[in-house]
Structures are given as C-alpha cells and as structure tokens.
Design a protein around this ligand. Structure first.
Ligand code: SF4
Ligand code: SF4
Length: 108
C-alpha cells in the first residue's frame, strides 16, 4: 500500500494566472494545468490529488499571492504536545521548536 501523502495543496483559480511555474517546480510532479479555462482565460493549476509532500516549493515559486495554499500533515503524536502547551504561551515557542525538530529529524 502506498504511503499517505504528507501534504496537500489547493489553488484559488481566481488568483492563478496559469503561468505553470508551480507545475514545473513540484518535485513529485503532482501539479498540472487544468484543460479548462478559468474566467480569466487561462488554464489554472490544479492538484492531481496524490503524492504531495507538503514541501512548499510551489508556494514559493508562485508569483501570485493567494493563488496557492499548501497544507502539511502533522503526525498525530505531536497533537497532544500542542494541546499541553496551549495554555502556557511562554512555553509554546520552545515546544514548537522541539516538535519541528522532531518532525524534520533535524539535529540541534
Ligand atoms: S507542496 Fe511540494 S509536493 Fe506539494 S504540490 Fe507543492 S511543490 Fe508539489
Ligand atoms: S505558479 Fe501560481 S499563478 Fe502560476 S500556475 Fe501555479 S498557482 Fe497559478
């Protein structure tokens, strides 16, 4: 069974200009230009529906603010940690840093 996608992406077709930069930049090639024209007469980008890693590269390549939104899946085991610090604002920053390290596997 294939692994679950680690992310997903949505396209606001009212902001997308159909330039295709996101399509070209996506490492797993999970974006494409739709065959249909938008109200602005361009072929807007769309998510194929599988393999997004949530890397965010498409977001940073897109010249149109608000055209792309990337969602990154968070492992279920970190959610209780977030809840535990939600009432302690001063602890949130350091806890999120630790969780981020846990997610990425990065060393201090
Ligand atoms: S977040 Fe990464 S993997 Fe997902 S669509 Fe964008 S470039 Fe592709
Ligand atoms: S980079 Fe942005 S404007 Fe260009 S096709 Fe992708 S979503 Fe649309």
């Amino acid at each position: 069974m294939p692994a679950a996608a680690r992310g997903t992406v949505t396209v606001n077709i009212d902001e997308c200009k159909g330039c295709g930069l996101c399509v070209e930049s996506c490492p797993p090639k999970c974006l494409e230009l739709a065959p249909e024209l938008s109200a602005y007469g361009v072929h807007p980008a769309r998510y194929t529906g599988h393999d997004c890693t949530g890397c965010g590269i498409c977001f940073y390549c897109c010249p149109e603010p608000g055209a792309l939104t990337v969602y990154r899946r968070i492992r279920a085991e970190v959610v209780p940690e977030l809840r535990a610090v939600s009432n302690q604002p001063s602890a949130v920053s350091s806890q999120l840093s630790a969780i981020s390290t846990s997610i990425t596997g990065a060393e201090g």
